[in-house]
Design a protein around this ligand. Structure first.
Ligand SMILES: Cc1cc2nc3c(=O)[nH]c(=O)nc-3n(C[C@H](O)[C@H](O)[C@H](O)COP(=O)(O)O)c2cc1C
Length: 204
């Protein structure tokens, strides 16, 4: 698919890697579908394993991933560094890696691209498109901090998976939505999730 099907169709690349928090990834894909965004999905081998371990998702089923919304979801083989979104010529509105492992973070920070997630991130950075890295690991050390610094200096955005509690969440879904909504905010994709502090203040 060389071009988005509609001239005004937004297009986002989503990478899933082997860090904890697969629920965030599925929710982000679902929200992008709900916003009528064309999604190009790449999943590392360990990302696939985390989908199985945490959510029991054994197969990348478009219907399951998009929550039943009408969708334009293109699932690329995770090791195909020749896929469309591996090229800098691929036109898109940004990439989010959610969850992003320390491994993938460090590879991107040092210009390595052993799989499609890393390669798509590398070209997103060099083409100066938004790259959002939703990292998950705790605690982190100097290597992760240094990799984050390098990615940010190269134009990327690091958005650690650390949901806030000030909206008084009562379920895990609330926490997942908080983070998924913030990731869409950073990508400038509209959503209707109730995650705004100002609206919370008005309703108190
Ligand atoms: C169940 C499970 C949970 C993991 N959780 C994390 C994590 O939260 N953060 C992280 O950086 N790595 C985590 N790892 C380790 C990564 O999966 C491992 O470093 C892997 O090489 C990452 O590969 P990828 O970056 O290509 O997906 C986890 C591994 C497993 C099996």
């Amino acid at each position: 698919m060389a071009e988005s099907s509609h001239p005004n169709q937004r297009r986002i690349v989503v990478g899933i890697t082997g860090a904890s928090g697969a629920a965030y990834a599925v929710r982000v894909v679902e929200l992008l579908a709900a916003a009528d965004v064309e999604v190009h999905l790449a999943c590392s081998d360990l990302g696939k394993r985390l989908l199985i371990e945490e959510l029991g998702i054994k197969r990348l089923d478009p219907e399951r991933l998009t929550g039943g919304y009408p969708h334009r979801l293109v699932i690329h083989p995770g090791n195909d560094v020749g896929a469309a979104c591996a090229s800098g010529s691929f036109q898109h509105d940004g990439m989010v890696i959610v969850p992003c492992s320390s491994n993938t973070l460090s590879k991107i920070a040092h210009g390595l691209s052993d799989n499609l997630v890393q390669r798509a991130a590398q070209v997103t950075l060099k083409e100066r498109r938004p790259l959002v890295i939703a990292h998950r690991e705790s605690p982190i050390g100097l290597i992760e901090i240094d990799s984050m610094r390098r990615v940010v200096e190269a134009g990327g955005i690091v958005a650690p998976l650390s949901p806030g509690f000030y909206l008084e969440p009562t379920t895990i879904d609330d926490l997942v939505d908080f983070m998924a909504g913030r990731l869409l905010d950073v990508l400038r994709i509209p959503h209707t999730l109730d995650i705004r502090w100002d609206e919370h203040l008005e309703n108190r």
